[in-house]
Design a protein around this ligand. Structure first.
Ligand code: SF4
Length: 326
């Protein structure tokens, strides 16, 4: 099966990204699927950004993806802007995209409400570029977060419009596979882990920083004193234990919390140890890779070549269908 998914290069990858999507990328790759994974740097341009930082983050993200187990020899790992066909197909699809539907996209409305001074046309067209990302590779499966469901519906709509307009059945409506069954709560305990809320644990952050972040992480507010019993079901530290710790450690934390046999610092300390078992090898591999930028670029060149070959096949056919081939 062909699988396609992308991630924006907008900062450090955190545990929410890992458990919500990237762990699944590795699983799909290791199950032997034909995976196309890309770094969506064109999408990152829809909001105000620093060019040097975008470039730096793109390379860091490449190293992170390889460090968690994406194998550039097995998967096609590439940067979106290295395959110019993404932009071209986005233009072609934008000629079919209904303006009213685009303006009703929840993400467009939210982002434009958040910073009305920086609304640009690309923000409106963002879901069309996303449709082009998908359709270029004609994947069988698109793992996406629930928050992208509306954009995927637009992709299906564009497929129907394209096929009808050009009297073809060339594009198939993509099948999605919702990955956000694992929703990781941020360290503030109030919302999903995210970079914008600064409530995250980065995959390659230094242990001392993670330790400090955990120390101040929100817990059950009922545990005011050491001997106050708590409820792990409403504590985000415990929700992280459930993702990271062994069944034995989860049972220790749960019982200790309810009976006040352990304090929150003990509980966080055990979580930290378990977290380091997961993150130490990732961080070490990441550092090794960041010392070899030439190797990272070789991997990206390889991915771009493989992706471009597929993308060109699609665009050739599209050119023929829409009347711009010679
Ligand atoms: S003991 Fe652990 S689970 Fe209980 S409130 Fe403290 S940090 Fe949360």
């Amino acid at each position: 099966m062909r699988v396609l998914s992308g991630i924006q290069s907008s900062g450090m990858v955190h545990l929410g990204n890992y458990f919500g999507a990237l762990m699944n990328w590795v699983k799909l790759q290791n199950e032997g699927h034909d995976c196309f994974y890309f770094i969506a740097n064109l999408h990152s341009m829809t909001q105000s950004y620093d060019p040097a930082l975008l470039k730096k983050r793109t390379l860091e993200l490449t190293a992170t993806l390889i460090a968690i187990g994406i194998d550039p020899e097995k998967s096609t790992l590439f940067i979106q802007s290295d395959v110019s066909e993404h932009s071209e197909l986005a233009w072609i699809l934008s000629c079919l995209a209904p303006l009213g539907e685009m303006e009703r996209m929840i993400q467009f409305k939210e982002k434009s409400a958040q910073s009305p001074e920086s609304v640009n046309a690309a923000l409106l067209l963002y879901p069309v570029l996303q449709s082009a990302d998908i359709l270029l590779y004609r994947p069988d499966l698109v793992p996406v977060g629930i928050d992208q469901a509306q954009h995927l519906e637009l992709t299906r709509n564009l497929v129907r419009k394209f096929n009808k307009r050009f009297n073809t059945e060339y594009f198939k409506e993509p099948q999605t596979f919702h990955t956000e069954t694992v929703k990781v709560v941020g360290l503030d305990g109030t919302a999903k882990m995210s970079k914008s809320r600064d409530n995250f644990i980065g995959l390659v952050e230094e242990p001392e920083i993670i330790k400090k972040k955990l120390r101040t992480a929100a817990t059950d507010p009922a545990r005011v004193r050491r001997d106050d019993p708590g409820n792990p079901d409403i504590c985000n530290v415990f929700s992280l234990h459930k993702l990271i710790s062994s069944a034995k450690d989860q049972a220790w934390s749960e019982k200790g919390c309810r009976t006040a046999e352990i304090g929150c610092l003990d509980c966080k300390g055990r979580l930290f140890e378990n977290l380091m078992q997961l993150l130490d090898p990732i961080r070490e591999r990441y550092k090794e890779l960041m010392e070899k930028p030439g190797l990272l670029h070789e991997y990206l060149d390889l991915g771009a070549q493989k992706a471009k070959k597929e993308a060109q096949k699609t665009l050739e056919k599209v050119h023929e269908l829409i009347g711009i081939s010679r």
